[in-house]
Write a protein that binds this ligand. Structure first.
Ligand code: DUC
Ligand code: ZN
Ligand code: ZN
Length: 469
């Protein structure tokens, strides 16, 4: 059965058009300019009227953590609840992580994660592979995952010594593998050894309130790690490098500098770094400040981080906005180990609100609608090897969002669909709202009602690239 979306404004990363869009067999069949007559619907076609709305490619959230096992607890969204929440917010693809820890087996960690996610997702999904213990076998196994499972990206940590940390030698070896294979190296860029000293000193001095989470992870130590990762990527032979959750002007400056040196580097930021701050959120103290403990941390509103990150998005110094969705309930999880910033599980839940929160940059004049589509859909699909996603184009998957710029969204834990007892954005009144969401041509969300099904999402094999720039 064909579906025709009529009367909308189609927004691409590269421009916009007043066109109708027809869908057949889960794919986009045609795009017809209304000036040339649009697309004539047949008597058996389903018609969706998008008058007054944008027709945009479904969101691609390239960085989420559903039911992430931290050792003592698990992030509170399952693949089912998190993917349904994502769908409500106009995201039709998520990419989560399989996690190998030091001494662990990469292939086993991947199979375990596949089994957890497989029957649960309501939207399409993929997995990156975390290498938490880079050794010879881990690098051999990562290569195996490319062909066998369609895994096109690894994640490395320059933070968390003794847990997921890679030293510079391990970073270099992993980046050499990426330069050789075309795998994307996602990097958590913070100087973990220095941060651990600052944490120890803060706790010894009795400084354990939430704001010290940020004060012990200064932007200089984020920037230093970005710089080092970029140098190592170049020395490795120009490995594709992607800095995750970039939070500060300092780190952004290093990305820009690395680009001028020809580094194959990209970076994402997240809605929390565009909208929240050290003073207004971590500064709430206990218990509410715990909700805002995430890494990299929220930055000071008295510096220029927010403005610089929006500008970085505008001019493509930052390629992507992902959520780093990693929700933990406040009392039972965030505060379970006591009131000290260093024992609170790190993470903010936001998979449901990324499209809306980034759209506020359009409302404020920071970015265009086209750039909104690019950073939320098109660029993450391209960078992570999903040419069938993130585009309204003939033959692409019919993952489409009808977005109403005249409607409003008020964010609240009482109405969101994430399995989370609070919202980092509680009470925020936003302009714009997701109206209808299609996955493979099927309406899965319409006016706040969910029509999809857990398990309907498909696992996405992804392509590596030797030539992303
Ligand atoms: N890094 C992430 O990417 N997610 C959760 C916590 C962290 O440190
Ligand atoms: Zn991280
Ligand atoms: Zn993350």
């Amino acid at each position: 059965m064909r579906t025709v979306i009529v009367n909308g404004t189609v927004i691409h990363a590269t421009g916009r058009e007043e066109s109708d869009v027809s869908i057949d067999n889960g794919r986009i069949e045609a795009i017809g300019a209304r000036a040339a007559g649009g697309i004539a619907a047949g008597p058996d076609d389903t018609i969706i009227d998008a008058r007054g709305c944008f027709v945009i490619p479904g969101g691609v959230d390239a960085h989420v953590h559903m039911q992430l096992d931290t050792g003592s607890t698990s992030s509170s969204d399952t693949f089912e609840s998190g993917s349904i929440a994502a769908a409500h917010g106009g995201t039709t693809t998520i990419i989560d992580f399989a996690e190998q820890r030091a001494g662990g087996n990469v292939l086993e960690s991947f199979e375990k994660r596949m089994a957890e996610a497989e029957s649960q997702c309501a939207i399409d999904w993929g997995l990156h592979q975390v290498l938490g213990g880079v050794d010879k076998q881990a690098l051999i196994d990562a290569r195996t995952l490319i062909e066998r499972e369609g895994v096109a990206s690894i994640k490395l940590f320059m933070a968390y010594p003794g847990r997921l940390y890679s030293d510079d030698g391990q970073m270099l070896r992993a980046l050499q593998m990426c330069a050789d294979t075309g795998m994307m190296a996602m990097v958590h860029a913070e100087n973990g050894l220095a941060i651990d000293v600052l944490i120890e000193q803060a706790i010894e001095a009795g400084n354990s309130s939430p704001e010290f989470h940020s004060r012990t992870r200064p932007p200089e130590l984020e920037a230093e790690a970005v710089h080092r990762a970029a140098v190592l990527s170049r020395v490795a032979g120009n490995a594709p490098l992607y800095i995750v959750h970039l939070s500060s002007s300092h780190a952004l400056h290093e990305v820009v500098d690395a680009r001028t040196r020809g580094t194959n580097i990209f970076a994402e930021t997240c809605p929390q770094y565009l909208h929240l701050s050290l003073e207004d959120h971590l500064g709430k103290g206990w218990p509410d400040g715990a909700a805002y403990i995430c890494s990299t941390p929220l930055r000071s509103k008295h510096e220029h981080h927010h403005a610089d990150l929006w500008e970085g998005l505008r001019v493509d110094q930052l390629a992507v906005v992902s959520t780093d969705h990693c929700p933990f309930c406040l009392r039972e999880q965030k505060l379970a180990n006591g009131e000290a910033f260093n024992v609170v599980p790190n993470g903010i839940g936001g998979v449901e609100h990324r499209m809306d929160l980034v759209y506020q940059g359009v409302v404020a004049g920071h970015i265009s609608e086209e750039r909104w589509v690019e950073v939320c859909s098109t660029a993450p699909a391209q960078l992570f090897g999903l040419p069938q996603k993130g585009r309204i184009a003939q033959g692409a998957d019919a993952d489409i969002v009808i977005y109403d710029p005249a409607a409003t969204t008020v964010i609240s834990a009482s109405t969101h669909h994430m399995n989370l007892d609070h919202s980092a954005y509680e009470g925020m009144a936003l302009r714009g709202a997701v109206r209808t969401v299609l996955s493979h041509g099927n309406v899965i969300v319409d006016n706040g009602k969910f029509f999809g099904r857990a398990g309907n999402g498909k696992y996405l094999r992804r392509n590596v690239s030797h030539n992303i720039r």
